[in-house]
Design a protein around this ligand. Structure first.
Ligand code: DAH
Length: 339
């Protein structure tokens, strides 16, 4: 019996070393020390011992039991500590770790430039006016001094809804809509979509965007137009930007001019962006034609005004040196994410 007890002790000690979880440990404890446990079974057999042996074996059994209980308690503590450490380790937060990037959408480059343009003109006191994209022929052409059969219509062939209604080919009709409703002083810009029945290529699209400007008041001259555009060009393309007026013809302005900016990449020396010209065309402009003023019941003997119109895609392409307009409409994120 003594041998059996000692074997239980050494077996138990060995077994304990291999235990890795608290559940396993509890199972082991019950199997050894529980009511039906191995040690308990041995003690039950003590009745068969001699009166002399019984207390000695009893003492040994108690010592062994106490020793095993003690070791189980120690093991329990060690396992609990290890479990806590594992938990702490797994829940550790590295406050210095870089954050997880959140992907945020942004505005299309056309929208971004439109907003920049509006900001610049707003800072000069312009208000934003809007007009319909589905427009009357009279507003898109006739009231802008472009009568039926005028050759100027050819370059702006558009989509007709009916003989009298079309998709506007320019933002200029907003000039007329504002002048019919509002008395001078007038100082508006009007950004928006326009349509032309052009085939798609690197510089044409049947849908694109323009920004129109109009100022009407007493004593407005071409030098006001020039000074305002010079200030605009500096804000849009950089402090050193110069502007150049080239005579041109638009039916609704007289005189008319196309306006170029000095190339902001090469400063005028000639490069890829300005196609070696040193200058880049950005808009059309002029003094509002007396016929247009008169048609809106504004007396050209009292009032005068200037107007200008630019293609927003064109400005985007110049600003970012984009050589194919189609890139702006394909919605390829690899392209759009660059802006
Ligand atoms: N509407 C013209 C176009 O689409 C651009 C333009 C030229 C607008 C001269 C103007 C202007 O207001 O004065 O080509």
């Amino acid at each position: 019996m003594r041998d059996l007890l000692n074997k239980i002790k050494t077996d138990a000690e060995q077994h304990l070393g291999a235990i890795v979880s608290e559940e396993e440990l509890e199972k082991f404890r019950v199997e050894l020390l529980g009511k039906k446990g191995a040690l308990t079974q041995v003690l039950r057999g003590m009745g068969a011992l001699s009166a002399e042996e019984r207390p000695k074996i009893g003492q040994l059994a108690n010592e062994i039991r106490a020793s095993i209980e003690n070791k189980i308690a120690q093991k329990k503590e060690a396992l609990a500590k290890a479990a806590l450490e594992r938990k702490l380790e797994s829940e550790k937060i590295d406050v210095t770790a870089p954050g997880v990037p959140v992907s945020v959408g942004k505005r299309h480059p056309i929208d971004q430039i439109e907003e920049t343009l509006c900001d610049i003109f707003r800072s000069m006191g312009f208000e934003i006016a809007e007009g319909p994209e589905v427009e009357y022929d009279t507003y898109n052409f006739q009231k802008l001094n472009i009568p039926e059969n005028h050759p100027a219509r050819d370059t702006q062939d558009t989509f007709y809804i009916s003989d009298a209604i079309l998709l506007r080919s320019q933002t200029s009709p907003v000039q007329v809509r504002v002048m019919e409703k509002q008395r001078p002083p007038i100082r508006i810009i009007s950004p928006g979509r326009v349509y032309r029945s052009d085939a798609v290529d690197a510089t044409h699209s049947p849908v694109f965007h323009q920004l129109e400007g109009l100022v009407v008041d007493k004593g407005i001259t071409m030098s006001d137009l020039k000074g305002m555009l010079a200030a605009f060009a500096k804000q849009m393309f950089g402090e050193n930007t110069k502007i150049r007026f080239r005579p041109h013809h638009f039916p609704f302005t007289e005189p008319s001019a196309e306006v170029d900016v000095s190339c902001f990449v090469c400063g005028g020396k000639g490069c890829r962006v300005c196609k070696n010209e040193g200058w880049i065309e950005i808009l059309g402009s002029g003094m509002v034609h007396p016929n247009v003023l008169r048609g809106c019941d504004i007396d050209p003997n009292i009032y005068s005004g200037f107007a200008f119109g630019m293609g927003i895609e064109r400005i985007v392409m110049i600003k970012y040196a984009i050589d194919d307009m189609r890139l702006l409409y394909e919605n390829d994120l690899r392209f759009l994410e660059q802006f």
